[in-house]
Design a protein around this ligand. Structure first.
Ligand code: PLP
Length: 378
């Protein structure tokens, strides 16, 4: 159990809440969830489903109608034929990471994962006794990865490569060429595409779309970020049918199934009006532009424009402070909650992560407070 890691965002949130109880005003830019409400049509579909009796156990792999809808959506957006037997619906995107690593990684297997990156990857690899091999994402490459460097990390023991594009915490996006180059290697890939609809520049390109690579891809996507449904707990994995059978058995052993009425609402989310998705993306883009420009005016901060997701990842090395110390100081001294880059792995040193899932008014206030704090302290 001591090998299992955690997600610092929840700890910082608790600390910020404790300061609020003492009467301090805090602007929350630490947690990675849309501040918008779930669109009304999805909420209405769930309420109706509850009244219609969708309150019982369902199949472990998900309701057939939702699996069919997901298969159709992935076939269309990734340009590769997917059937519903290759889809497993689970409670959130996270269980796809958990189950995939549980199913594939044995003691001593090597797994290459992005660093900085979503902390659950390393946590789960360590937990299974695997060897977590970081691929460093560098700012001067706009936080995409260096495919030659990736190739140099692959050995006979490499079981899995984890990709995440658009990327948390940097907002980096892998382009078509980079994905094709990665697909030249003969390994399984867990492709975390939870932010696939939150892309501001370029296109989302999945490794599953590379001809011949479908059978080596486990694709993760879901509802949390796209439809502002983090608390509903619903996501899905798309993978070879034989692997889907194993992941389904893990579902039977753990959750039995994802909540039935949420899955009915999931069908509405995917088939219904998509204008709220576009509206949220446009708003995130507006906020990103304002926040990045504002950070670049603050002493010691320099920030690239993220291409996707809703995070901003400024370089703070010129402040002369360590990331964790600066994040703590900004929370206590400036009233702005953010995360240290090191919450995403050792290569996050020198950076902070701010989520722009907050109002423009609060983002502007946060910029002002950080600026005043740096003038007093740097
Ligand atoms: C890269 C990445 N993958 C997966 C998840 C998990 O998403 P969910 O809330 O649907 O479990 C997150 C959530 O922050 C994430 O950032």
């Amino acid at each position: 159990m001591s090998r299992l890691g955690t997600e610092t965002a929840f700890e910082v949130l608790n600390k910020a809440r404790a300061l609020e109880r003492e009467g301090k005003e805090i602007i929350h830019l630490e947690i990675g969830e849309p501040d918008f409400s779930t669109p009304e049509n999805i909420i209405d579909a769930a309420i109706e489903a509850l009244h219609q009796g969708w309150t019982h156990y369902g199949p472990s792999a998900g309701l057939p109608e939702l699996r069919q809808t997901i298969a159709g959506y992935i076939s269309q957006t990734r340009g590769v034929k997917v059937t519903s037997d290759e889809v497993v619906v689970v409670p959130g995107g996270k269980p796809v990471i958990f189950f995939t690593i549980l199913a594939l990684v044995d003691e001593g297997d090597e797994v290459i994962y992005p660093n900085p990156g979503f902390p659950i990857y390393q946590s789960m690899i360590d937990y299974m006794g695997g060897s977590a091999v970081p691929i460093r994402l560098r700012e001067d490459r706009d936080f995409s990865l260096d495919v030659d460097e990736l190739a140099s990390l692959i050995t006979d023991h490499t079981k899995l490569i984890i990709l995440n594009s658009p990327h948390n915490p940097t907002g980096g996006v892998l382009n078509r060429q980079e994905i094709h180059d990665i697909a030249d290697r003969n390994v399984m890939v867990l492709s975390d595409e939870i932010y696939s609809r939150l892309i501001f520049e370029g296109e989302h390109f999945s490794i599953m779309s590379v001809p011949g690579f479908k059978d080596r891809t486990i694709l993760l996507d879901g509802f949390s970020k796209t439809y502002a449904m983090t608390g509903w707990r619903m996501g899905y994995g798309v993978m070879r049918e034989d692997l889907a059978t194993h992941i389904t058995r893990l579902m039977t052993n753990s959750n039995s199934c994802t909540a039935s009425f949420t899955q009915v609402a999931g069908v509405e989310a995917m088939r219904g009006d998509q204008s709220s998705v576009d509206g949220m993306r446009a708003e995130f883009q507006r906020r990103r532009d304002v926040f990045v420009a504002g950070l670049n005016r603050i002493k010691g901060f320099s920030c690239r424009m993220p291409k996707g997701a809703f995070y901003v990842f400024p370089n703070i090395t010129k402040t002369g402070w360590k990331s964790k110390t600066l994040a703590d100081a900004l929370l206590e001294g400036a009233g702005v909650a953010c995360l240290s880059g090191t919450a995403f792995g050792d290569f996050g040193e020198g950076y902070l992560r701010f989520s722009v899932a907050n109002s423009l008014e609060n983002l502007n206030k946060a910029l002002e407070w950080i600026n005043e704090w740096t003038k007093r302290n740097l």
